[in-house]
Write a protein that binds this ligand. Sequence first.
Ligand code: KG4
Ligand code: ZN
Length: 341
Amino acid sequence: MRILGIESSCDETALAIVEGRGERTKLVRSLVASQVAIHKKYGGVVPEVAARSHAEALPAMLDELLGKTRSRTFDAVAVTAGPGLITSLRVGVDAARALAFAWQKPLIAVNHIEGHIAANWLDSKILPQFPVLALVVSGGHTEIILVRDHGAYEMLGATRDDAAGEAFDKVAKILGLGYPGGPAVSKRAEAGNPIAIAFPRPMLASGDLDFSFSGLKTAVLQHVQNHGRRRVADICASFQAAAVDVLVKKTIIAARQVQPKTIVLAGGVAANTVLRTTLRLAVSQQLPGIQYIEPRLAYTTDNAGMIAAAGYYLSQKGRVSDWQTLEPNAQWEIGRDENRE
Ligand code: KG4
Ligand code: ZN
């Protein structure tokens, strides 16, 4: 079964074709047009600019993708319907509705976060086994989610303020490293000492599975106000160590509680090497018998392959939307509200 995936929830316009068979999904082709260069000068994403850029980029990208793949060989269209910027989401959803109608194919509404989670199945040699525990770390989300099956989620914990990726982005801004901050901070951290500065580990002993990153960001700001930006590498390494420490320890606590068969990592911050290696090591040392899977690097940040993959698994469960009525939902959360439309 061939799925066309469309992603436009934030500042990446992405299209992909994924082939699904049984439990396996394989990426056939993927296009990602990043708007980073456009938003860079503002230090963050400007919603109106993002929506216009999606609308400008999408037709030519569709041409490029479909020109080489014979458009009518698709079995379904999957699109990110939320969460995200409403104006950006609408561009993708409207395109998907039009294509589903024109081709008379099923339309599948995918939650952006479930797409990030599905990236762990895409082209993976070893498939995650349910129940799966997912640590979701992106620019807008930091969540621990129990995945009982494709499309069946339970939110166990979430950030109370900033998301992990947002903290990386804000720290980069404080240090003058530009946007987006995650890759810049982790790059500078390579030359730094992770125990040079004792930044706080917020919520580590909170007794629940929630996170908070705004205090950590403030601690970095105070450090810079007091000591300047002289030791940028040490600041980056110490901040990263504090963030990773909390993320990994809370995931281990969650896993002890719910005993999943597999732990997966998801979202843009899953590109972070220190997070990947620390979580991998912690699971193998502290949770023998639990499998650990991480997405391929190319599938960590926003892409449409993950959306098409999630769409494939949802379609297998008969979770199809109506092209006439599907609306984007900027606030759509999985695991808290299972009403999909
Ligand atoms: O999932 P994503 O592409 O978009 C959202 O859904 O938000 O995640 C983007 C976030 C940004 O905050 C970016 O700074 C962060 O992922 N990120 C990283 C790294 N690469 C991207 N954070 C830490 N280390 C990285 N290597
Ligand atoms: Zn994302």
